[in-house]
Ligand binder design. Structure first.
Ligand code: IVH
Length: 719
């Protein structure tokens, strides 16, 4: 999925303050979603490089418009909130992040910045350490009197998850510090990671058990460490490199490299590629040496970290927002490789999208063998971009072409370019199918009525009769962030679907009952046994009650990701309320429609998708059948905020002069108010700017309190 906000924007210094504020807010939301996917769900959807680009733009906006840097800003926070599954541990010293650099030039600037800060001349010796940046997840392990007492993930930097029992199963983590006289309190920090070999073995086991495979070693390491059952963690050979510390009662060394020696002495592994460097040239030399060796390391790294060696200087340099001034992560560029496109296959997605997949001659990119890559859509293959513009100079992609593929960290590799000189004679332009390969129905590109533009995605019109869509919907329904039914992997769904055992979501919950009466009972089949059947049915039973946001997400409504599902759940509180509102919202003039589109974070596309979904009779039938089987838990109303507008319904109208519409909405919601798009009996306050018309008249008619922007700020303060 490409970054939504970063490309094709004006440069930051061309923006008006109002545009900057709007973009800062939109970017902030987008980054927060990616943070959630990365930190909480271990399932990122964009590459690290794309994420870094978003973050860079966000920081650039704050650089030029410092008023945007409030305590709410993401630059003031690290990572994501700790997940709800584990107990929390508050870090006595915050776990911070590192500033990133990509170009050699930025390393030079980093060193110059430090010299300027210290007021040191260019010839005064300044030593750095340079070491690989391990692509795993950070862990803080606390030792008291030499004994391991707790271990916590980073979480949001202030508070992490208590994974002590799991950390104890990691071989590289000593339970008791070795050597003599450890300090009374010693918090060791470092990275938990998996080797390529162990990662491959884990995925093989996952696949064999019908469970989802991990996208990369980092996700697998995170998934393994954040297991509620330490036995599972123990079965996954996690490794650990120590590279930093938190609270220490008496510092045993006064340099970074000295501390690394101490850590080694206490029984930790420290990275053998750590060097001391006394110039930018040496730092870059070591960076490039590590980069060259990267594919042979046997574990993932994504850059090199430089740190000022002298700990007194580290102290003096201190921090800038979420990262130390004395350290820098110099990231590797995304990786590319050249191979041959042997075929194009079409996968049919859960919403009927025909997704072209490149079948490649296998090639190693950064230590990972790649044989599939995404081709995005029909236009992408033709050399046409999202706005009708030419990409790759308009060169199309043909079977037999030599292509450049790109794999950035964790996401699905993509076909980037064609080496035209190597195109075989007789290679023909690819003809994108106009029929669904799974059900033969027409596949069409719809025209968006709002923009008049043809959708980039061609979709199968088979709907319910398309087996590929039905299977994908089921897979989505049982997936980890939806119903999360253990033992219902993709292969199992395929198997059950083909046999007609499970074809609709509700069938899952009647499976046990039907099996008991069946002549072909699961437990008597090859590859099954009493235990696996019992476990499967137990896993299904365990999901008869489900959180509202998961339920909404599981329905697989187009455009409803986890974030929108959560927003809808929070807003409506119960499934009945959502269903009723969505049905009423079928009338675009209705109050319900205005309410739906006014929910912060829910755009018109999502609102439309919700309305469409509940309009369909077959969805209604499915829901009735499903709700007869499962209990959807209601969500508590959001915590009451103590503000003069908490619980009130506010409408903003006319042109606002002191804040953008988005900002006004966000502010009101932060203060516990509900923002609506139209004035009704339920409206408590109308904030009207110049040019307000019919809504103002309606407010007068209904006797609703009306105020201008100044009145609003007088009421709520300049929060
Ligand atoms: S030092 C105060 N050294 O990178 C900064 N971090 O982007 C302490 N990481 O959260 C971190 N390898 O999870 C440091 N050799 C290394 C590292 C490293 C990987 C991770 C760590 C940190 C993240 C920051």
């Amino acid at each position: 999925m490409p970054a939504k906000t970063a490309p094709s924007l004006k440069s930051v210094d061309e923006l008006t303050p109002r545009e900057a504020r709007a973009e800062h807010e939109a970017l902030g939301r987008e980054i927060a979603e990616h943070d959630q996917r990365y930190y909480e769900e271990d399932a990122p959807t964009i590459s690290d490089a794309e994420y870094d680009a978003l973050r860079k733009r966000y920081e650039a906006l704050e650089g030029l418009f410092p008023e945007l840097k409030t305590s709410e800003s993401l630059t003031q926070k690290v990572g994501a909130k700790a997940s709800e599954k584990f107990a929390k541990i508050r870090h006595r010293m915050p776990m911070l992040s590192l500033a990133n650099a990509f170009a050699d030039e930025e390393v030079k600037e980093f060193v110059e910045r430090i010299r300027r800060f210290l007021q040191w001349k260019a010839d005064k010796p300044l030593v750095f350490t340079a070491e690989p940046k391990i692509d795993g997840l950070s862990l803080s392990i606390r030792y008291e009197k030499g004994k391991l007492v707790t271990a916590a993930t980073r979480g949001d930097g202030a508070e992490g998850e208590d994974v002590t029992a799991n950390a104890r199963t990691v071989d590289d983590i000593p339970h008791v510090l070795k050597g003599s006289n450890p300090p009374d309190v010693f918090e060791v920090r470092g990275e938990v990671y998996l080797s390529h070999k162990d990662f491959a073995a884990i995925n093989e086991r996952q696949e064999a058990a019908g469970k989802p495979v991990f996208a990369n070693p980092r996700n697998a390491a995170a998934g393994s460490l954040r297991q509620l059952d330490p036995k599972i963690t123990a079965s996954r050979p996690l490794c650990f490199f120590a590279y930093a510390w938190g609270e220490v009662s008496a510092m045993p060394a006064d340099t970074q490299h000295g501390m690394m020696d101490v850590l080694k002495h206490f029984g930790f592994k420290v990275n053998p590629l750590t060097r001391r460097c006394s110039s930018v040239a040496e730092m870059l030399e070591h960076y490039h040496a590590i980069e060259t060796d990267r594919a042979n390391l046997g574990y993932d790294i994504d850059g090199v970290v430089y740190k000022v060696d002298d700990l007194n200087l580290q102290q003096r340099l201190g921090f800038v927002s979420r990262s130390p001034r004395w350290a820098l992560a110099h990231k590797f560029p995304a990786q590319k490789a050249v191979t041959v496109l042997e075929g194009i296959e079409i996968n049919v997605g859960r919403t009927g999208s025909l997704n072209p997949i490149a079948r490649l001659r296998p090639v190693t990119v950064g230590g990972v063998v790649v044989s599939n890559a995404t081709l995005h859509n029909e236009d992408y293959i033709k050399g046409i971009g999202g706005n009708g513009e030419k990409i790759r100079d308009g060169v199309d992609i043909r079977i037999g072409d030599t292509v450049i593929i790109h794999r950035a960290g964790d996401v699905i590799p993509k076909v980037l370019d064609v080496v035209l000189e190597k195109r075989p004679a007789g290679a023909k332009p690819y003809e994108f199918p106009t029929q669904c390969p799974a059900c033969g129905s027409h596949a069409v590109r719809e025209v968006n009525p709002r923009t008049g533009k043809e959708d980039a995605v061609r979709r199968c019109t088979g709907g319910l009769i398309c087996p590929a869509q039905a299977r994908e919907r089921l897979k989505h329904f049982v997936s980890r962030n939806a119903f999360d039914i253990e033992g219902m992997g993709e292969q199992r769904i395929d198997e059950f679907y083909e046999e007609g055992l499970v074809q609709r979501p509700q069938d899952i919950f009647t499976l046990a009952e039907r099996n008991a009466r069946s002549l072909k009972r699961l437990e008597n089949r090859e590859g099954w046994g009493e235990t696996s059947v019992r476990n499967l049915f137990a896993a299904i039973e365990a999901r008869r009650s489900i959180a509202l946001n998961r339920f909404i997400f599981a329905l697989g409504i187009p455009h409803i990701g986890e974030t929108s599902a959560r927003l809808l759940a929070r807003h409506f509180g119960s499934f009945e309320a959502l269903r009723e509102a969505a049905k009423a919202a079928a009338d675009p003039e209705s109050e319900a429609h205005a309410e739906l589109t006014a929910i912060g974070g829910i755009g018109p596309v999502v609102a439309e998708a919700v309305v469409e979904f509940f309009k369909e009779e077959h969805n209604e039938e499915m829901l009735d059948a499903l709700l007869a089987q499962v209990n959807v838990e209601s969500m508590e109303a959001p915590a009451r905020v103590n503000s003069p507008v908490a619980g009130k319904t506010v409408v903003f109208t006319g042109s606002l002069e002191q804040m953008t519409r988005e900002e006004a909405k966000a502010m009101a919601e932060r203060l516990g108010a509900k923002v609506a798009g139209s004035v009704s009996k339920k409206t408590d306050i109308v904030v009207a700017g110049p040019g307000a018309g019919s809504k103002l008249a309606k407010a007068a008619e209904l006797g609703v309190q009306v105020m201008d922007e100044d009145g609003w700020f007088a009421l709520v303060g300049r929060a």
